[in-house]
Design a protein around this ligand. Structure first.
Ligand SMILES: [Zn+2]
Length: 77
């Protein structure tokens, strides 16, 4: 899951970052640079569905994991 910080006042969106904590760091920098440390009226941190792992990707990862475990079980038996 990745996240984006959006500032509605500036109509600006950060690049996607890996964690909510990193998005909060983007927010802190943006507030300092663009708003002299003040809090803009319209801002948010949102999950970035475009760059995150969706349900299909998660299901595929689980399936691959099961297949690897099964293959290892066959090799060791
Ligand atoms: Zn702003």
């Amino acid at each position: 899951m990745s996240y984006r910080y959006r500032c509605g006042t500036c109509r600006a969106t950060s690049e996607p970052v890996a964690t909510r904590r990193a998005a909060r760091a983007e927010r802190r920098w943006h507030r300092a640079r663009e708003h002299s440390g003040l809090v803009p009226d319209d801002e948010s941190i949102e999950p970035d569905a475009e760059h995150g792992v969706g349900t299909g990707g998660l299901l595929l990862a689980v399936l691959v994991g099961v297949l690897i475990v099964e293959a290892l079980a066959r090799i060791t038996s």
